[in-house]
Structure formats: C-alpha cells, structure tokens
Design a protein. Structure first.
Length: 245
C-alpha cells in the first residue's frame, strides 16, 4: 500500500497469518485470471501474466496454486469474469484513499467498501475526488545485489530510465513512467537483478500526518479494506509510523 516503503509493504505481507496469506492468494488468483483472459496462459508471451506470477512467488504462493489458477482461467468454458473498478474517498482525519477493486459482484463490492469507510468515520467520494493527489507510476522492487553502492544503484536507475529509486536493506524500489514498466523490468532482469514485484501503483504527491486517535482509526480501516476479497489494492497519503515501517 502506498504511503510507506514498498519493501516494508512486502515484509508486512510475508509476516501475515496463514488466514491473511490465503486472502492474498485469492487476490493474486484473480489477477492471474484477468491476465490469462487478456493475453493467454503462456507467461513468455504474456508480460502481464509474467508480472503477476512474479508477484505470486514473492508472496510465497505455491507453484501448484499458480498453475491451478492459470488452468482454471484458460480452460474451455471457463466462466471466470471479474470487473475492475476504482473507488476514491476520505478516511479519518481527511486522509485521501484510493481502492482498486476486482470483483464478480459490483453491488457487493460497492456496499462493502462504503460500509468500511462509513464505519471508520470516512466517506466515499466521486471519481476524481482524491485522484488528483496521486500519480500513477511503474513501481519495481528488486532484491539487493552484493557490492552495489548507492551511487551504483543511482546509475542503474538512470540506465533503466527510472525517475526515482528508494533504498532499503533488503533491496531497491525503482519508480518510473507507467509506460516503461515492462522495459524497466526486463532491463533489471537482464542485468541479473531478482525482481520481487513489478506493477502500476498510485503514488501520493505528498504525505500527511494524523493525530494518534485518527491514525488508529485509519490503520483499522486499512486492515478492513485489505481483508476484503474484492479489494485488490489500497493507496493513501498517510505518513505511516515506525512500527509499520
């Protein structure tokens, strides 16, 4: 989720309980289904599917689950069909929140998301109500490479045409133009980097600090959104505290 380090998000996902991890697998299964429907079951000729598979593996999704999702989506007479939507709104303390939805029941998803916002003291807005506070960017996380200095990584960012790079002990996050997601990812792989995740994300232009009571309500709202099977991604503009970094 946007608002703090990509590597912190990856670490947080890996530390979740088995029940929560099962929800992550369900969400990734949906992404696999959509990718297969759009470009076929072969990741060598379907870059989107290759990216989702990489995401699945970074979340420790078993290969059997991955292959089962691909076969289910590509099988004859498959009725897998998901609708993509985006909801925008304000959370506690006037925080800006964007939810990306992938669902087979639009009415259910809309009702559930609205209820989560209302219960937290927030409210859903119309299209464009908070989107202007974010930019869509290509975000690629790779594992660290031994012997690389920050200057080396900055040069690498220039070589792959990234606009920015963030550092963490575990690895690097490259941020760039959304149209360059595939080319940036391919160049990193060619240079021997292990890509942990590669996707288009909404990045907040600036972050806000919330008072303690609003922050607690906000994090509870994020947890509830994450636990909803129809919610694929949540982006926000809140500066997360150290315990979640």
């Amino acid at each position: 989720m946007s608002g703090h380090s990509k590597w912190s998000t990856i670490k947080r996902d890996k530390e979740k309980t088995d029940q929560a991890r099962g929800k992550i697998f369900t969400k990734i299964g949906k992404e696999i289904a959509v990718a297969v429907k759009a470009g076929g079951p072969d990741p060598s000729t379907n870059p989107k599917l290759a990216t989702v598979i990489a995401k699945a593996r970074s979340n420790n999704m078993p290969n059997d689950n991955i292959q089962r999702s691909i076969k289910k989506a590509s099988g004859e007479g498959s009725s897998v069909s998901y609708e993509s939507m985006m909801y925008e709104g304000y959370g506690p303390g006037g925080s800006a929140v964007i939810c990306e939805i992938l669902t087979d029941n639009k009415n259910r998803a809309s009702s559930d998301v609205r209820h989560i916002f209302d219960r937290a003291g927030g409210s859903l807005g119309g299209p464009g109500s908070v989107a202007f506070l974010f930019d869509r960017k290509a975000v690629i996380a790779t594992k660290a490479k031994p012997g690389m200095t920050e200057d080396d990584v900055m040069m690498l960012a220039m070589d792959i045409d990234a606009d920015d790079v963030e550092f963490a002990p575990e690895g690097y996050t490259f941020i760039g133009d959304p149209s360059k997601l595939a080319s940036m990812r391919d160049k990193l792989i060619q240079d021997g980097y292990e890509v942990v995740s590669a996707d288009l994300e909404m990045i907040a232009n600036s972050l806000v600090d919330l008072p303690e009571d609003k922050y607690i309500s906000f994090t509870k709202m994020l947890d509830n959104l994450e636990e909803n099977d129809d919610v694929q991604n949540v982006y926000h503009n809140v500066n997360m505290k150290n315990e979640e970094e």
